[in-house]
Design a protein around this ligand. Structure first.
Ligand code: FAD
Ligand code: 2HG
Ligand code: ZN
Length: 483
């Protein structure tokens, strides 16, 4: 792709304008002031270090009004922008492609209100997910989303990507939990839909367009969100299993026997667990090797009741041979350790060089076959191996089994065109045949943009374009991404 020449190039006058508006400590400049190059680098490069932009200006507004002033000016001057939260997105959506101005929300980080009766939290978009959850913990509540990047990602970024995460199975998607949104459109209009109502059937639910909108129609500046009561009792178990069929049996049994206390059901293949050890030296929870592992979390209000249910379940799956081996966490530290075997995978896989990542929704019974088929293809071409002459380390699968969401990851020593050609469009065609989705939770960004047609019809893409054109007629919002 090429830079769209309709967008203006940044001039000293533009910079002066923003410095006047925000103050110089909230307008980081590179090149023009020539001593801030280091400061600006992290905003130009994504979590995977796969995508790199060339912005010369990062703006950090402190209020919704400032966001409005910034966007109005950018829209009038045809300056393209990229909204940015914690920059943990996995599809290259949060960094510029060329010289788009980065608008980072990190300075908008106030919790505005929390109602202990309704459980409704209202907070600025730039609040870090873990900070929000720690705040809620003190009030005996929980943020209805949890994910491995919680220490860096922002709740506005989570909503903009409609992140799914580790407990969607229990608490549902942000499309249901987010009750209201405050956002700014490119023309500066403040969308004041920060509703605290659970029910409100008065016309189109426009906030839904911002949830998963990936910053293409406006900037989310605050959200209101329904937060559940924090569970008093929490248990985590980790199992080794002999086949993917047995993982499915375990999931069925878990739903059947644990029912309302089941709060997560995660899948990890043996290869992903081996790579954790290889990358970090971590000792894994079970002796011996198993082709599959799963992590089950329960949370409820009565620990005796939960323990009783869990013990009956454990006895059943062990005695019937559905699982081969298992371990139950006995304290907070062990709970964290078991979770790290799942949450730690993305970081460990990036250890060697790069990772080709696919984030898929598929019918649950077919899910793992894609990993096998992909591995066979790469093996046949002789590209997988333990030594440096092979670009690919392995082909692994893990993910949110409870949501039929697979993460197919191909860790590589270096990005390689031959590998890429074997993976794409093979993976997308495979998914299309099963009527799956090529992006279950990470979004499209720049990485998956060309492939939207594998999951959406021409009609649906046309309707999306109409919405984009309506809200962002000049196309300044996160250009080159999404649609
Ligand atoms: P960014 O990366 O900064 O931005 C993401 C997108 O949203 C970009 O397109 C950006 O332009 C836009 N955006 C950001 N803020 C705003 C805003 N205020 N208004 C409008 N647009 C905005 N995702 C899952 O769904 N489930 C997981 O389990 C999960 N686990 C992860 C684990 C790790 C270790 C990592 C690195 C990522 C993981 N992700 C997961 C990816 C996920 O998308 C992000 O972690 C998170 O939701 C993005 O938040 P962020 O604040 O970092 O957004
Ligand atoms: C997870 O579930 C994240 O750990 C990241 O969604 C998945 O890196 C990935 O492919
Ligand atoms: Zn995930």
């Amino acid at each position: 792709i090429q830079r769209n020449s309709k967008f203006a190039k940044l001039t000293p006058d533009h910079v002066k304008h923003f410095q006047g508006l925000l103050g110089s400590e909230s307008a980081l400049i590179d090149g023009l002031s020539n001593d801030a190059a280091e400061d600006i680098e992290p905003f130009n490069s994504d979590w995977m270090r796969k995508y790199r932009g060339h912005t010369k200006l990062v703006l950090k507004p402190k209020s919704t009004e400032e966001v409005s002033e910034i966007l109005k000016y950018c829209n009038n001057n045809l300056l393209a922008v990229v909204p940015q939260g914690g920059n943990t997105g996995l599809v290259g959506g949060s960094v510029p492609v060329f010289d788009e101005i980065v608008i980072n929300l990190q300075k908008m980080n106030n919790i505005r209100s929390f109602d202990e009766v309704s459980g409704i939290l209202v907070a600025d978009a730039g609040v870090i997910l873990e900070v929000a959850d720690n705040f809620l913990a003190e009030k005996n509540h929980i943020f209805p989303l949890d994910l491995g990047a919680k220490g860096s990602c922002q709740i506005g970024g989570n909503v903009a990507t409609n992140a799914g995460g580790l407990r969607l199975l229990r608490y549902g998607s942000l499309h249901g939990n987010v009750l209201g949104i405050e956002a700014v459109l490119p023309d500066g209009t403040i969308v004041d839909d920060l509703s605290k109502l659970r029910k409100n059937n008065t016309g189109y639910d426009i906030k839904q367009l911002f949830i998963g909108g990936e910053g293409t129609i406006g900037i989310i500046t605050a959200i209101s969100i329904l937060c559940p009561q924090r569970s008093r009792a929490m248990n985590v178990a980790y199992f080794g299993l002999e086949s993917y069929e047995k993982v499915q049996d375990t999931f069925r049994e878990a739903k059947n026997q644990l029912s309302e206390i089941l709060s997560a059901f995660e899948l990890m293949d043996g290869r992903s667990q081996k790579l954790i050890t290889k990358a970090t030296g971590k000792k894994m929870p079970l002796e011996g090797e198993h082709p599959f592992y799963c992590l089950i979390e329960t949370s409820g209000s009565n620990s005796e009741h939960d323990s009783e249910k869990l013990e009956t379940f454990l006895e059943h799956v062990m005695e019937t041979g559905i699982v081969s081996d298992g371990v139950l966490a006995e304290n907070e530290t062990q709970i964290r350790d078991l979770w790290s075997c799942r949450e730690g995978i993305p970081e460990c896989l990036g250890h060697w060089g790069g990772v080709y990542k696919y984030d898929l929704s598929l019918p649950i019974e077919d899910m793992y076959q894609l990993v096998n088929d992909t591995r066979a293809r790469i093996e046949e071409a002789g590209l997988i191996g333990n030594d440096d002459s092979h670009p690919v380390l392995d082909v692994v699968g893990y993910g949110h089994m409870g949501d039929a969401n697979l993460h197919l990851n191909v860790p590589v020593r270096r990005y390689n065109k031959e590998v890429e050609k074997l993976l794409e469009p093979f993976v997308f065609e495979w998914i299309q045949k099963k009527n799956g989705s090529i992006s279950a939770e990470h979004g499209l960004g720049i990485a998956k943009k060309p492939f939207i047609g594998y999951s959406r019809s021409d009609t649906m893409i046309r309707l999306m374009k109409q919405i984009k054109d309506l809200y962002d007629p000049n196309g300044i919002m996160n250009p080159y991404k999404y649609i």
